[in-house]
Ligand binder design. Structure first.
Ligand SMILES: NC(=O)c1ccc[n+]([C@@H]2O[C@H](COP(=O)([O-])OP(=O)(O)OC[C@H]3O[C@@H](n4cnc5c(N)ncnc54)[C@H](O)[C@@H]3O)[C@@H](O)[C@H]2O)c1
Length: 438
């Protein structure tokens, strides 16, 4: 375990950001970073850029910005590279994604136009609705992993990078359960060589990154690094990993509201969530296999937060339904409806309705930025394996075997900030506060 207040290596040199999947989320992230660097937009939604952290007693009035408290890489030191099955450069891809206005994209065009996707590791067996020309070929999946490693090594050399981080922003793959092929590194490497269908494209990228000691975050609900073979590889190589599935939109709202209902001991009889979404992600999720992966991720949060086994009277049999409808006219501007049937004193029923006109990629982009900076920090601190303190950013947070994941957004934030305090040798904040009344 790392020690409280131990030495943290400085964030010196350039930090390479490797992204499989140059679609709506990742181009919104990269274009956004360029716009922020130029001073034409603000990093709203990013904890690393705007968040503060209280230190010591409330009366001490020590509240530095997070980015001044821990040594994070500067936005000016980020260099982007990535893979996609389409040949569009990042400017073209961002225009097609339709998240950011053309006038904003024109201003950052030189910065993002030069990012051209490397050939992807891809198979339609895992994402049924997509097909593209920019795809690697090789005799087996191990060979494809080696090609990914070559891309990374070339990128490192060409840009004189001192460190790198990889964030999966590719499509959601079909539902898959961990199996024998994922049980150990030896089995995994054999499966790579044998072209075993249990090894998905996202796992090939993750294996390449971890083998090169590059931290990995998983923005989709795919299994990817959440299997024993790869968590062990991360441990052995001393690399931090985290996932899965960026927490945005409806699930973000759920993990804000559900802890509040539970803290007031209000009962829940049903939570019905539905969405319309018209971007490429919506198209991919229109396939039942990819939707199943997403559904599992979205459904798990309420059970964990509400703990029906501890509160059977309030939460034993609540009905939870989630659906996503692909509806092209909306593009990236998703609309979500929640109907929440709750009950209060003496069992009297009440209803809450939420109509969230959200912009998915606008909510996801600052998450990508924070994960890049925090994973890089974690690596410079010598933190390895699953980074549970980054649960704050995920719908299905990875966690140690035998633990349940923590979904409550407020506990997650406290855990994140206490981790930063610990790293810098500051007292953890318990919110007890008795000392103010002695
Ligand atoms: N937008 C959000 O708020 C949000 C929230 C949580 C999770 N996610 C997940 O993040 C991912 C990206 O979302 P998006 O809205 O940017 O989707 P998108 O469809 O716009 O972009 C995904 C890109 O990945 C590419 N791709 C697919 N498989 C690939 C592979 N094997 N290698 C390289 N590229 C590949 C696709 O061609 C596409 O360009 C999805 O898995 C989505 O479910 C998004």
């Amino acid at each position: 375990m790392i020690q409280k207040g131990q030495k943290i290596e400085k964030a010196e040199g350039r930090l390479g950001v490797l992204i499989p999947g140059l679609g709506a989320v990742s181009t919104t992230f990269m274009a956004g970073v360029e716009a922020i660097k130029q001073g034409i937009a603000q990093p709203v939604g990013s904890l690393t850029q705007l968040g503060t952290i209280r230190l010591g007693k409330r009366t001490d009035k020590r509240v530095p910005a997070i980015k001044d408290f821990v040594p994070l890489a500067s936005l000016n030191d980020l260099v982007f590279g990535g893979w996609d099955i389409y040949e569009d450069n990042c400017f073209e891809s961002a225009v097609k994604a339709g998240v950011l206005e053309k006038s904003l994209l024109d201003q950052v065009r030189p910065g993002i136009e030069k990012i051209r996707p490397w050939k992807a590791v891809f198979s339609q067996d895992y994402v049924k609705r997509l097909q593209g020309p920019n795809v690697k070929t090789g005799k087996n999946k191990m060979e494809l992993a080696r090609q990914v490693m070559e891309d990374i090594e070339n990128f490192r050399k060409e840009n004189g990078l001192s460190r790198m981080v990889m964030v999966w922003c590719g499509s959601t793959e079909v539902y898959l359960k961990a199996s024998e092929a994922h049980a150990s590194l030896a089995a995994f490497e054999k499966a790579l060589c044998d072209n075993d269908p249990a090894i998905t494209p996202s796992m090939v990228y993750a294996y390449a990154a971890l083998s090169m000691k590059i931290p990995f975050a998983n923005g989709a609900p795919n299994l990817t690094v959440d299997v024993p073979a790869l968590t062990q590889l991360a441990q052995d190589k001393g690399v931090p990993i985290c996932g899965k599935d960026f927490k945005t939109g409806q699930t973000l709202m759920k993990t804000i509201l559900a802890p509040g209902l539970k803290s007031r001991m209000l009962g829940l009889s049903g939570w019905f969530s539905t969405n319309i979404l018209g971007n490429r992600d919506g198209e991919v999720l229109d396939d039942p296999g990819s939707f199943k992966t997403k559904e599992e991720s979205k459904l798990s949060v309420l059970d964990q937060i509400l703990q029906p086994e501890l509160y059977p009277l309030l939460y034993k049999d609540f009905h939870h339904k989630v659906s996503i409808h692909y509806y092209p006219p909306r593009g990236d501007n998703k609309e979500g409806w929640d109907n929440i049937d709750i009950y209060g004193w003496l069992g009297y029923p009440m209803q809450i309705k939420i109509n969230f006109l959200c912009r998915d990629s606008i909510l996801a982009a600052p998450i990508v930025l924070d994960l890049v900076l925090f994973l890089d920090l974690a690596q410079r601190c010598g933190m390895r394996g699953i980074q549970e303190w980054l649960s704050f950013y995920f719908k299905s947070p990875m966690h140690a075997p035998g633990l349940y994941p923590e979904h409550d957004l407020f506990i997650q934030l406290m855990k994140l900030k206490n981790t930063l305090r610990y790293l810098r040798g500051e007292d953890l904040i318990t919110h007890l506060g008795m000392e103010y009344y002695d």
